[in-house]
Ligand binder design. Structure first.
Ligand code: PEP
Ligand code: MN
Length: 346
């Protein structure tokens, strides 16, 4: 349910309304648009059926949100969301987040070398996994806290925000100490305890689409984070399962305008996990930005054959530099900005 406030609603009337909402057993969230202020009610909508909300002073209208996701919906917030990620980097509303880095953090020297290369190419967020969700328990599982420390040092030195995956609700506090952005991986998109936990922090969350999740499922998972109070959710299309083994997954590029129609949240694209193929990544990254994506996420390694995880899909730094050059051209034509990390520092 969304309550539209009258333009002349006084502070006292607002306060009274908020108290009423709480009395009814609901929480609320305010969306301050240029023209209108909306108040979203968080709770089980059925309980409001007989509540005379329209009679409360200062209320102009009461609307039921038909979509099952509420706070994530365009109905609740008309304007695109835009989040600060640190070091002058923003995502959403025309700002592109360019994530580059290795699948896994493997050591200080390798991460710094890759980090320097992707930064020089124009990446504005550095990635690296310290806790890896591997299909096999015998595969490399990541460096854990040691890896987080290395990632933090690299981000500080290179003046780039960093993103890393958190897989376990019990580790949210630990990862929160080191990262600028949480990544929730495809396999955990519906780990609701994890979503609730990151929802209680105030760090941006990169929420990847599950491999068999619908666009609505993705938005419902975002809703878990938003309804816990964390507004900063960035969605990520990374391909869904398909019958065709020629690519790792099937990239759903239509998800970009689809999500943009339904939601104010930014959505980026990960052509690395979507295709699993370095020969396809550049074209898909360009297509993603052309289709309106708010950024791209690409895995890069200076020696893919030695990579501990996802080596076969990693771009070499020089290949990444080439893609970024193309992406800058596309962004410029479309009037989008690629923030330069750390530009204002020195
Ligand atoms: C990753 O980003 O390294 C990763 C494991 O991605 P996904 O969760 O999309 O498979
Ligand atoms: Mn990977």
């Amino acid at each position: 349910m969304i309550i539209v406030l009258r333009p002349d609603c006084t502070d006292a009337q607002r306060q009274h309304l908020f108290e009423k909402i709480e009395e009814l057993g609901f929480r609320y969230d305010i969306s301050q648009g240029e023209k209108r202020t909306l108040v979203g009610l968080i709770g089980e909508e059925d309980k409001l059926r007989d509540a005379p909300l329209r009679a409360i002073p200062g209320v102009e209208d009461v609307m039921s949100v038909l979509k099952p996701f509420k706070l994530a919906s365009r109905e609740f917030q008309h304007d695109d969301s835009c989040f600060d990620l640190g070091h002058g980097v923003r995502v959403g509303a025309g700002h592109l987040m360019m994530i580059g880095g290795p699948c896994a953090i493997e050591g200080e020297e390798v991460l710094f070398e890759i980090g320097r290369a992707v930064k020089a190419a124009g990446a504005n967020v550095l990635r690296g996994g310290a806790f890896k969700p591997r299909t096999s328990p015998y595969s490399y599982q990541g460096m854990g806290e040691e890896g987080l420390k290395i990632l933090r040092r690299a981000g500080d030195e290179l003046k780039m925000p960093v993103v890393t995956e958190v897989m376990d609700p019990r580790r949210v506090e630990l990862v929160n100490r080191y990262t600028d952005i949480f990544q929730i991986g495809a396999r955990n998109m519906q780990n609701f305890n994890l979503l609730n936990e990151v929802g209680q922090t105030n760090r941006p969350v990169l929420l990847k689409r599950g491999m068999s999740a619908t666009v609505q499922d993705l938005l419902m998972s975002a809703e878990y984070i938003l309804s816990n109070g964390n507004k900063q959710v960035i969605l990520c299309e990374r391909g869904v399962k398909s019958f065709d083994p020629s690519t790792r997954n099937l990239l759903d590029l239509a998800a970009i305008p689809n999500v943009h129609g339904l939601s104010h949240l930014p959505i980026i694209v990960d052509p690395s996990h979507a295709t699993g193929r370095p020969d396809l990544i550049p074209a898909m990254a360009i297509a993603a930005v052309a289709a309106g994506a708010d950024g791209v996420h690409i895995e890069v390694h200076n020696c893919p054959e030695k990579a501990m995880s996802d080596g076969p899909q990693a771009l070499l730094p020089e290949q990444y530099t080439g893609v970024m050059e193309e992406l800058r051209k596309v962004a410029e034509v479309l009037g989008r900005t690629i923030p330069v990390a750390g530009a204002e520092e020195n």
